[in-house]
Design a protein around this ligand. Structure first.
Ligand code: ZN
Length: 280
């Protein structure tokens, strides 16, 4: 099942068409996707009975973030072997977690207003929690996931490394967390632990890897994080980026106004974000 946020209303996607969840469930679920994550099990049960005929075509520019207002956003640094190697940093012993503050999240086709001249790209698999997760085991971790989506952990490297490390702030400028284009439920993947993902900058491939290269897998992240604090329905985990970011290049390369960033994951889709200069 693919679920999207179309102009702030939850829709079920069937081929190229969208079915409004409120209308299809006679007001039982929706209108926001956030309210659906709150009652995820009941929604999944009801969704199998939704009439999938009569969907409407839509403009992709009307898609918004599939998780518009999560209570918690976790992000993981240095979580691909290939990326740890390109940075020259040691593989961490525990997940290197930080947050992207929720107001930094954005839609799948939104513009990115650059905060300076050292802004970088990071394609990431994003996990959306569907069930409250409190000290979850590795074996049951995936049962707590509603679905997966594509994310960009856009990073202002100057702010990120200022004052001995400002990861959360450097990755939380307005619009620095585009996500989408929709949520794909975990049952749609033959193996959700092994998905190819990549990033194109102005049509040139800059990142391509498989999530099987993750140092801490999705179950390990959920188990570890939920051992520290409770994960809530609709919470989001940016799982880390593979090799190929701009700061690790010789010479370093950063985003400039007019650049088009396309980020994709096998079995999910592609988000596309155009960069523009700051108006401030
Ligand atoms: Zn990242």
């Amino acid at each position: 099942m693919r679920l999207a946020n179309l102009n702030d209303r939850a829709v079920l996607l069937v081929g190229p068409t969208a079915i409004d969840v409120v209308e299809a469930t006679k007001g039982e679920f929706g209108p926001t996707l956030g309210s659906i994550y709150e009652r995820w099990d009941a929604f999944v049960a009801a969704a199998s009975g939704i009439d999938t005929s009569g969907g409407r075509t839509f403009d992709e520019r009307d898609l918004r973030s599939p998780v518009p207002a999560p209570r918690q956003v976790f992000a993981i640094g240095l979580n691909y072997r290939s990326h740890a190697a390109e940075t020259g940093m040691a593989v961490p012993e525990v997940p290197a977690a930080f947050t992207k503050f929720p107001m930094s999240l954005a839609g799948p086709f939104d513009e990115v207003e650059l905060s300076g001249e050292t802004v970088d790209w990071e394609v990431e698999l994003v996990v959306v929690i569907g069930r409250k997760a409190d000290r979850v085991s590795l074996e049951s971790a995936w049962e707590h996931v509603a679905g997966l989506t594509v994310g960009q952990d856009i990073s202002d490297r100057t702010m990120q490394f200022a004052a001995a490390g400002q990861f959360s702030l450097g990755k939380s400028y307005r619009g620095y967390g585009p996500m989408g284009p929709w949520l794909v439920t975990t049952d749609e993947f033959a193996n959700p632990d092994d998905l190819q993902l990549g990033c194109m900058l102005n049509g040139e491939e800059v990142q391509r890897e498989r999530t099987s290269d993750l140092i801490f897998t999705v179950p390990q992240l959920i188990s570890t994080l939920s051992g520290v604090l409770v994960l809530l329905p609709g919470d989001v985990i940016f799982t880390g980026t593979p090799a190929g970011v701009g700061i690790a290049r010789q010479p370093p390369r950063f985003l400039a106004p007019g650049d088009v960033l396309e980020s994709w994951i096998e079995g999910i889709g592609t988000i596309r974000n155009t960069c523009r200069a700051s108006s401030h």
